[in-house]
Design a protein around this ligand. Structure first.
Ligand code: SF4
Ligand code: SF4
Length: 194
């Protein structure tokens, strides 16, 4: 056998004993890094009201023009968020999004965060446009489906001050008894998900 062939088998054998880096996807999806930029979440306050106020700052910050927001007016009968405005329409187009996170930085209410979810492939471009209903965080125990009145205080300021308080503290519990079972951002995590 020529020396070249032996050398070639040497390369083959040396790879046989290396650590395997292929993964058994999709049966065993790899775990992403904790700060991975995945699918967005529109978070809720501990009573279920939406944190999004429909300000469109995320849409203006987006370099890929992937976000579309239409603001609506809250009324005392139909309240979706604390304060005057909420997002009546909210869409993110994942055919455009480059997962840069600039929208997260722009959001003044910490409504918008990113999850670790990366399985976003779809069969059609239309399905890549995620609606507000798809992006909203699920209702956790103690939360109530909007529209409903403000439960955490009389003004939106009570909500934003309350969000700075750890819901586990006595101050947070006084302000929102149900916050013991609900996280601030509604995502099930106590961090901001950034
Ligand atoms: S992550 Fe970047 S590209 Fe995607 S919606 Fe946000 S700002 Fe736009
Ligand atoms: S997600 Fe944040 S930045 Fe975007 S419209 Fe809602 S409140 Fe404004």
């Amino acid at each position: 056998m020529a020396f070249g062939s032996v050398k070639g088998f040497g390369v083959t054998f040396s790879h046989m004993f290396r650590k395997v880096i292929t993964t058994d996807y999709p049966f065993k999806p790899p775990v992403s890094a904790p700060r991975y930029h995945g699918r967005h979440i529109l978070n809720r306050h501990p009573d279920g009201l939406e944190k999004c106020i429909g300000c469109e700052l995320c849409a203006w910050a987006c370099p890929a023009d992937a976000i579309y927001v239409e603001g609506g007016d809250n009324t005392e009968e139909q309240r979706f968020s604390p304060g005057e405005r909420y997002a009546s329409v909210y869409q993110i187009n994942y055919a455009r999004c480059i997962f840069c996170g600039l929208c997260i930085e722009a959001c003044p209410t910490r409504s918008l965060t990113m999850s670790n979810e990366y399985e976003l492939a779809r069969d059609s471009r239309q399905d890549l446009i995620f609606t507000k209903e798809q992006l909203l965080a699920p209702l956790l125990p103690g939360m109530e489906q909007p529209p409903h009145p403000m439960r955490l205080g009389d003004t939106e300021k009570d909500y934003y001050v309350g969000a700075l308080i750890n819901p586990g503290t006595s101050a947070g519990a006084e302000r929102a008894p149900w916050s013991e079972t609900a996280t601030v951002d509604g995502s099930g995590a106590t961090g901001d998900g950034k």
